[in-house]
Design a protein around this ligand. Structure first.
Ligand code: RNT
Ligand code: ZN
Length: 420
């Protein structure tokens, strides 16, 4: 009997169909963030340091510095990971060349600046999500959509509108909805004298962006909240309450996005997923790993990642209600390996969740049988999951654990380490 046949029988004893779990997972798209490959620099500005309270740390050699290099790196990640993927781009990854008229500023970007990305996605059968880039730019004063300066706000509103048009283009060209996430680092280092003014301006600016016509079946604007950032410790304009309220008040036009690095350290996004799904038809997630702050470490197969995936699965989020994206950036290790480890771990956590007998466990809870629930949940942790994972990788044509790192290392030695 093969390892998988044995595992299949063990899970069947638990009332779980491994075949169904594998087939379901194969169809769930996870958005792969392009920004792990170049430390969130993009191609449209000379970036020395990130702004907006986000930071990459580390100086591992081999960072992608051109669209071609970034695409080649993403290609390898796609080959190293099982499962359905989408690409996730930021506006600062616009590609300017002589054919499309050269560089323009962020308020003037157009679909043509993403044509090469569309070609890349089409060739690989990928959808694409999108993000306006409200950071690392001279028009951050340092605020953007909440600035008291009208000229600043106007510039960034035009950027947001341009991004809606680009998101429509991505959705139409690729035949899949485009999740367009609005996040800004707007906030203050020290105690503000006015907390409401910036939030009122932020609201009005997002309202203005969303006056740009779009089809909500194609473009899914999101608002991402945050608790604080480096240099923005005392006050964040787009706080959790602000963003949730904005999304709730703009149903049919905007959905909430939760990043699990954006809360106080003892808060967990896993618990917030069912809370939001009680009210919102759709929500979006950024999966990351915060260590003490929003440090954006590589996603591991840790308890909270598993718990987040359990909630996605048992709340019915896999049918499109939960838009799953990765959001981390580690510049201290091989970036292709960082991407691959995080995406494979998210896939593992989703598969584990799909291999859980949720109805039986829920029944133990509903009949107040907490003793047996603990026994079952603890025993479930060491069922022969690895054999199902290996089978899943095989069926997706992706390498098993133990079989991918050598390929990534060889690519590092022959390609990445040769970059200037
Ligand atoms: C920052 C937010 C945001 C960014 C990306 C690059 O704290 O998480 O989502 O990481 O847009
Ligand atoms: Zn995020």
């Amino acid at each position: 009997m093969s390892g998988y046949e044995y595992a299949k029988a063990v899970y069947a004893d638990w009332g779980v169909d491994t075949e169904k779990a594998i087939e379901t997972l194969r169809s769930v798209p996870v958005a792969l963030h392009c920004w792990q490959g170049d430390d969130v620099r993009g191609f449209d500005q000379k970036v020395d340091a990130l702004s907006g309270g986000i930071q990459t740390t580390g100086n591992y050699p081999g960072r992608a510095t051109t669209p071609e290099e970034l695409m080649a790196d993403i290609d390898l990640v796609l080959r190293m990971c099982p499962g359905a993927k989408k690409l996730n781009l930021h506006a600062c990854y616009a590609i300017f060349d002589d054919e499309n008229g050269g560089w323009v500023d962020r308020d003037k970007i157009e679909p043509k600046h993403f044509k090469k990305w569309v070609d890349f996605c089409k060739e690989r059968g990928l959808g694409c999500d999108f993000n306006p880039t409200f950071f690392s730019h001279p028009m951050c004063d340092p605020l953007t959509l909440s600035s008291p300066n009208e000229e600043t706000r106007k510039f960034w509103i035009e950027h947001g509108k341009a991004c809606i048009r680009i998101s429509t283009y991505l959705a139409e060209e690729l035949g899949q909805p485009c999740v367009m996430n609005i996040w800004t680092g707007d906030g203050f280092k020290d105690i503000p004298a006015d907390r409401m003014g910036p939030r009122q301006r932020y609201k009005e600016s997002i309202d203005a962006i969303l006056t740009e016509p779009f089809d909500f079946d194609k473009v899914k604007p999101c608002v991402e909240s945050k608790v604080f950032g480096i240099g923005v410790e005392a006050y964040t304009v787009g706080s959790a309450e602000f963003s949730l309220s904005y999304a709730a008040a703009n149903a049919g036009k905007c959905i909430p996005l939760m990043d699990n690095g954006h809360y106080h350290p003892t808060e967990v996004v896993s618990d917030k997923i069912p809370a939001l799904l009680t009210f919102f038809p759709e929500i979006a997630l950024h999966v990351t790993r915060p260590i003490r702050w929003d440090s954006d470490h590589v996603v591991l197969l840790d308890d909270e990642t598993k718990e987040i995936c359990k909630e996605i699965v048992r709340c019915g989020g896999l049918d499109g209600r939960v838009k799953i994206a990765l959001d981390y950036f580690d510049a201290s290790i091989n970036r292709v390996a960082a991407w691959t480890v995080g995406l494979r771990n998210l896939q593992k956590a989703l598969l584990l969740a799909l291999l859980t007998p949720h109805d039986e466990l829920k029944n133990l809870q509903d009949t107040d049988n907490w003793t047996e629930l603990m026994v079952r949940q603890e025993e479930h942790k060491i069922l022969p999951f690895g054999a199902v994972w290996a089978e899943y990788c095989d069926r997706c044509g992706a390498p098993r654990d133990g079989a991918w790192y050598a390929t990534v290392k060889e690519y590092e030695d022959t390609v990445m380490s040769k970059r200037g």
